[in-house]
Design a protein around this ligand. Structure first.
Ligand SMILES: Nc1nc2c(ncn2[C@@H]2O[C@H](COP(=O)(O)OP(=O)(O)O)[C@@H](O)[C@H]2O)c(=O)[nH]1
Ligand SMILES: [Mg+2]
Length: 469
């Protein structure tokens, strides 16, 4: 039911200094009033006020002292009456507040239901609603900034601009259908085709920027790869700054993949330490090792960037080349580790990257490291920092936000429709078909911001949210 009053914990559950329970709907103020004891009742409070008092359980016993914020419709997140109750955090108090409100008639909210109500009440369009999820998910400052811009209507404005240019174009083509003689020779198919191309170009450019926008939103996945015992786990620990992964002299200690994040220049790097790469057909490879290798493989395939680690003091052509092969065509930073040790044997201690099957364009940097020495991974950290613009694009002007999968498909379809119209105009196709393509492009543009989107799609968008948003 759209008109009931919903409630959810808006902050993440678990130990925290404070927690916020959010209530929205026509009875938000009256329900809150029945559980709140303070100098002023929420029902008599003006909008945008904070009340101090005691929150009561269903049996009237005090749960906690709280701050209660009152937002009256329509000046609230959802557009309805909203009450936010800030209590102490932790596992018990917020749950008790929630239960007390539910006992009083509020219904537990579905995922994304607050934002869905904001959308349905016309506070935001669908693109803005989707950016709320993106904003909360963002794993870099730039992604957060871009999502905030979308929330502020940047994407909606882009859509409106494209549409504004599309409308007269469509009108001209339609005029040709309706009154062919009126337009006559003045009708210039080539000029119109050029206008279609000029509309498709920014959409294509937009699409081309999405992969780096996606990386900014999700953070960079960085896999540490190399044969056993070269110092991958030690390097992860050095980067993270404490003993996260088990380091051992016994090769093959890391069987599972270990994930740890570091933030570099406002970007989350999601480091994955992997089991060393050995020949999986080796007779010594037991089932656990095989599993570890499968996970290594998966981490390598999912990585945006590989840190390929070699033991500079002990390069082993075959095993090290097997590890290098996992990198495939991904960007790579090579770490020549154990730079403190003298080279063993008499081969070259640092073979050329090309001899390892790495292409010059994928090799972002080569550095020497001493994972076990304080500061010994600083060069690696510096190389990662320098690699960021390459992987994430340089910041320039208005930041492109990662779109939802739904929007990405729409953008591709819009570009395709515009290009079909362009080709049609150049090929003297029937104006009905050209008009249909342009009409399609307009409809798809509208769908980007939620116009004419059917209920199932809207439900799917909000089901991806978490509860309380
Ligand atoms: N001398 C020296 N030893 C290192 C260095 N990095 C790692 N080690 C040692 O090499 C061994 C294997 O390291 P580990 O991080 O477990 O390697 P992994 O199998 O690649 O994860 C351990 O004994 C580490 O202390 C280094 O830069 N210099
Ligand atoms: Mg290890």
């Amino acid at each position: 039911m759209a008109n009931d009053t919903i409630v959810a914990l808006a902050t993440s559950p678990g130990e925290s200094a404070i927690a916020v329970v959010r209530l929205s709907g026509p009875s938000a103020l009256s329900i809150a009033a029945r559980r709140f004891q303070g100098r002023r009742s929420p029902e008599r409070s003006p909008s945008h006020r904070i009340l101090f008092g005691t929150f009561l359980s269903a049996d009237g016993s005090p749960i906690d002292t709280v701050l209660l914020s009152v937002f009256r419709e329509p000046r609230s997140y959802t557009g309805e009456d909203v009450v936010e109750i800030s209590s102490h955090g932790g596992r018990t108090i917020p749950r008790a507040v929630l239960e007390s409100l539910i006992a009083c008639g509020a219904r537990p909210a579905r995922p994304g239901e607050f934002t869905e109500r904001a959308y349905r009440n016309g506070k935001i369009d669908l693109a803005q609603a989707e950016s709320v999820a993106a904003l909360v998910k963002a794993r870099s400052d730039r992604a957060a900034r871009a999502a905030r811009a979308t929330l502020g209507g940047a994407l909606s404005r882009r859509v409106a601009e494209l549409d504004r240019e599309l409308v007269p174009l469509l009108a001209e083509v339609e005029a040709r259908i309706d009154f062919p003689s009126d337009v006559g020779e003045a009708f210039d198919g080539r000029a119109l085709a050029a206008r279609c191309a000029a509309l498709a170009a920014p959409v294509r450019e937009w699409i081309s920027k999405l992969p780096s926008a996606r990386r900014r939103e999700e953070g960079l996945r960085v896999a540490l790869l190399g044969r056993p015992n070269v110092g991958k786990s030690s390097l992860l620990n050095a980067l993270v700054g404490y003993g996260r992964a088990i380091v051992s002299e016994t090769p093959g200690t890391t069987r599972d993949t270990v994930e740890e994040s570091i933030w570099v220049d406002g970007v989350e790097l999601r480091l994955t330490d992997t089991a060393g790469v050995r020949n999986p057909a080796s007779p010594t490879a037991g089932p656990v090792e095989r599993l570890g290798l499968e996970r290594t493989d998966r981490a390598a395939r999912g990585a945006d960037l590989a840190i390929l680690v070699f033991d500079r003091s002990d390069f082993r052509a075959e095993a090290d080349r097997t590890a290098a092969a996992l990198v495939e065509d991904r960007p790579v930073v090579v770490a020549w580790n154990k730079a403190d040790l003298p080279a063993r044997g008499n081969g070259p201690s640092r073979p050329a990257p090309e001899s390892l099957g790495l292409a010059a364009r994928q090799l972002l940097a080569e550095v020497e490291t001493v994972a076990v020495r304080p500061g010994g991974a600083d060069l690696l950290l510096g190389a990662l920092r320098s690699a960021l613009p390459h992987l994430l694009g340089t910041a320039s002007g208005e930041e492109i936000a990662a779109t939802s999968a739904r929007q990405e498909v729409l953008l591709a379809d819009i570009a395709a429709a515009l290009e079909r119209a362009e080709q049609g105009l150049l090929g003297d196709e029937s104006y009905d078909l050209i008009a249909a393509d342009l009409t399609d492009a307009r409809r798809l543009l509208g769908e980007l911001v939620g116009r004419g989107v059917d209920q199932d799609v809207i439900a799917a968008v909000f089901s991806n949210f978490c509860i309380g948003k």
